[in-house]
Design a protein around this ligand. Structure first.
Ligand code: CAA
Length: 248
């Protein structure tokens, strides 16, 4: 048990990275709530599998791209008696393709899910953190928001936008005990990454000095630190963890 138990909300908490973040924050002694998209019919199975491993999570269906859906979710979370201290904006998606072939649909899908979601989920939760004088907002960006990536104009734009948001909001709330940070993982061994064509992924891994994909656990450990009391002086940061693939 941590010195003070907090309540964490992880968007996309049933996904490749989100699940490991949820388990890591649970291991750190926090109460953990996860969101999943309304179309995900595996949620009950996922919850019972986690419970069998000793992880008790509460789950909320929400379309993070839709502000009305997010407001309704936060009302439900509050009605259930939860107060969110730690928010991990982790939900994200890809629609890769060169810009010349990119449709407006694929642009919008990525900008709405990856960037608008940060507004939609943070906005209704921020006042509570400010009133209680303690909060941690952690935005999961990407190496590709920092360096750009061939075939990802939409994703790189959204992920870079997340850090602009981090830097601005961090200044607005710093005096009120709330920190706002960005974490920029490199290529991890998750479904999102292994969906990249094998030959392309092989070339990417060849460019990672550590010589392998990252483990979600490595990113989650960093998030647990940022969420802890010891992380209080870190705000407005963009912390990279990418096996040396992009150094700046
Ligand atoms: N740099 C320069 N040129 C490149 C290139 C690169 N990195 N990659 C491909 N090209 C070239 C090819 O050699 C080819 O050239 P020619 O036409 O002269 O033969 C051309 O670009 C291919 O262009 P196409 O429009 O035909 O592209 P495609 O349909 O073959 O595929 C793609 C393009 C879908 C973007 C594919 O390259 C791809 O999937 N790339 C990986 C993108 C990626 O890294 N996604 C990350 C997903 S995981 C994630 O996002 C998590 C995270 O945060 C890290």
């Amino acid at each position: 048990m941590v010195a003070e138990q907090r309540t964490a909300l992880i968007t996309g908490g049933m996904g490749g990275l989100g699940e490991v973040i949820a388990r890591t924050l649970h291991d750190a002694g926090h109460r953990v709530l996860v969101t999943y998209s309304p179309g995900n019919d595996h949620a009950p199975t996922w919850l019972s599998e986690q419970a069998a491993d000793g992880y008790k999570f509460s789950a909320y269906a929400v379309d993070v791209a839709d502000d009305v859906s997010c407001q309704a979710m936060v009302e439900k979370i509050h009605a259930d008696g939860h107060r969110i201290d730690i928010l991990v904006n982790n939900a994200g998606t890809t629609r890769d393709g060169t810009f010349r072939k990119m449709s407006k649909v694929n642009w919008d899908a990525v900008l709405r899910t990856n960037l608008d979601s940060v507004f939609n989920v943070t906005r209704p939760l921020l006042d509570g953190m400010l009133e209680r004088g303690w909060g941690r907002i952690i935005n999961i960006s990407s190496i590709n928001g920092n360096k750009g990536q061939f075939g990802q104009t939409n994703y790189s734009a959204a992920k870079a936008g997340m850090h602009g948001f981090t830097k601005a909001l961090a200044q607005e709330v710093a005096r009120k005990g709330v920190t706002v940070n960005t974490v920029s993982p490199g290529y991890l061994s998750t479904k999102m990454v292994t969906a990249v064509p094998e030959d392309v992924l092989g070339q990417i891994v060849a460019g990672i000095p550590v010589g392998r994909l990252g483990k979600p656990e490595e990113i989650a450990g960093l998030i647990a630190f940022i969420a802890s009391a010891a992380g209080a002086f870190m705000t407005g940061s963009n912390v990279s963890m990418n096996g040396g693939q992009h150094m700046y």
